[in-house]
Write a new protein. Structure first.
Length: 281
C-alpha cells in the first residue's frame, strides 16, 4: 500500500475517515472469517480465541496488541498455517490456509540465529531448508543485509553482533525467500528501550522499501500506535476483538511522532481497554 501523507491540521475525525477510506479501498491480503481456536487437553477444552472476523490489506502494517495469554501468538500460528482453526476460515491472497505455506516469513522475539553459522549462512537457512536454488537467492540475501546496514558483517558469527544487529539478520532471514507477508511475534521485546526505538524506525523503513504486508504482535501500546496503519486491540483470554483503530499519522514517521497529540490521544484511548485487565507497557 502506497504511503499517503495526510494533512496534520485536519480535525481528528476527518483524519480517521481518510485512513478508513484508504483501508476499505485496499485489496485484502489476509482474511479471517469466524476463526476461533480451542485447545484440547487432558483436563478438557481450553478456549484460546473467540470467533474473529477481520482483514489485513495488501502492503498494510497491522499491529495486534493485548495482554499476556490472550491468544496473540496463536493468531500468528493460525495465519501461518502452523495451527488449524477450530472454527472458521483463513485466506491469504484469496487462497484458503490449510497447511504451512510459503507466503510468510516469521520473526520471533529472540533472533534464534544458529551460533555455528555465520550471518550470511543464517540468512540463507530458509533457502537451504526449502532446497531452493542458492545461486538465485544469494544475491537477494546480500542485498537484504545491505538494506539493514549489515553489509560487511556477512562472515561474522552471531555472538559477534549486538542484539539489535542479530534481530536485523533475523528479519533478513524472514525475507530472503521473498514472502508476501511478515509475521512478527514481539520482535524487539528482548532489546533495551533505546535499541527497541531505533529498531522500530528501522522496521518501518524496511517495510516501506520492500512493500511487504506486516502483522506484528506486541504488549506495548506506544509501539503499536507508532508502527501501525491499524491497531487491533484484543481482550483477555479467550481473546476477542475489543476494537480496531486507524492510526492517522503520516508516513514516513520519526520518533517525533510520539509527541503528536493524535499519537498520545490514541495511546490513551487504547489503554482504557486494559484498565481492568493485565498491565501493559
Amino acid at each position: 500500500m502506497t504511503p499517503v501523507t495526510r494533512p496534520m491540521n485536519l480535525p481528528q475525525s476527518a483524519r480517521l475517515r481518510l485512513v478508513s477510506d484508504r483501508a476499505e479501498a485496499a485489496a485484502p491480503e489476509i482474511t479471517l472469517s469466524g476463526v476461533s481456536k480451542t485447545y484440547r487437553t487432558r483436563d478438557g477444552e481450553v478456549p484460546s480465541l473467540r470467533p474473529l472476523d477481520f482483514r489485513i490489506n495488501e502492503g498494510e502494517f497491522f499491529v495486534v496488541v493485548g495482554p499476556s495469554g490472550c491468544g496473540k501468538s496463536t493468531l500468528l500460528k493460525l495465519i501461518s498455517g502452523l495451527l488449524a482453526p477450530t472454527t472458521g476460515e483463513i485466506t491469504v491472497g484469496g487462497e484458503k490456509v490449510t497447511k504451512p505455506h510459503g507466503n510468510v516469513g516469521i520473526v520471533f522475539q529472540n533472533a534464534l540465529l544458529l551460533p555455528w553459522r555465520n550471518i550470511l549462512a543464517n540468512v540463507m537457512l530458509p533457502i537451504d531448508m526449502k532446497r531452493l536454488p542458492r545461486d538465485q537467492h544469494l544475491p537477494r540475501a546480500k542485498g537484504l543485509l545491505k538494506l539493514v546496514g549489515l553489509e560487511g558483517f556477512e562472515k561474522k558469527l552471531p555472538w559477534q553482533l549486538s542484539g539489535g544487529m542479530q534481530q536485523r539478520a533475523s528479519i533478513c532471514r524472514a525475507l530472503v525467500h521473498d514472502p508476501r507477508i511478515m509475521l512478527m511475534d514481539e520482535p524487539f521485546g528482548a532489546l533495551d528501550a533505546m535499541t527497541r526505538e531505533r529498531m522500530n524506525v528501522e522496521l518501518m523503513r524496511i517495510q516501506r522499501e520492500t512493500g511487504k504486508t506486516v502483522l506484528l504482535i506486541t504488549h506495548s501500546i506506544p509501539e503499536a500506535v507508532f508502527l501501525a496503519d491499524r491497531v487491533l486491540v484484543m481482550t483477555e483470554r479467550p481473546g476477542a476483538i475489543a476494537a480496531i483503530y486507524d492510526v492517522p499519522l503520516p508516513r514516513p514517521r520519526t520518533l517525533d511522532a510520539m509527541a503528536d497529540p493524535v499519537f498520545t490521544d490514541l495511546v490513551q484511548r487504547i489503554r482504557k481497554h486494559f484498565l481492568t485487565q493485565s498491565t501493559l507497557d
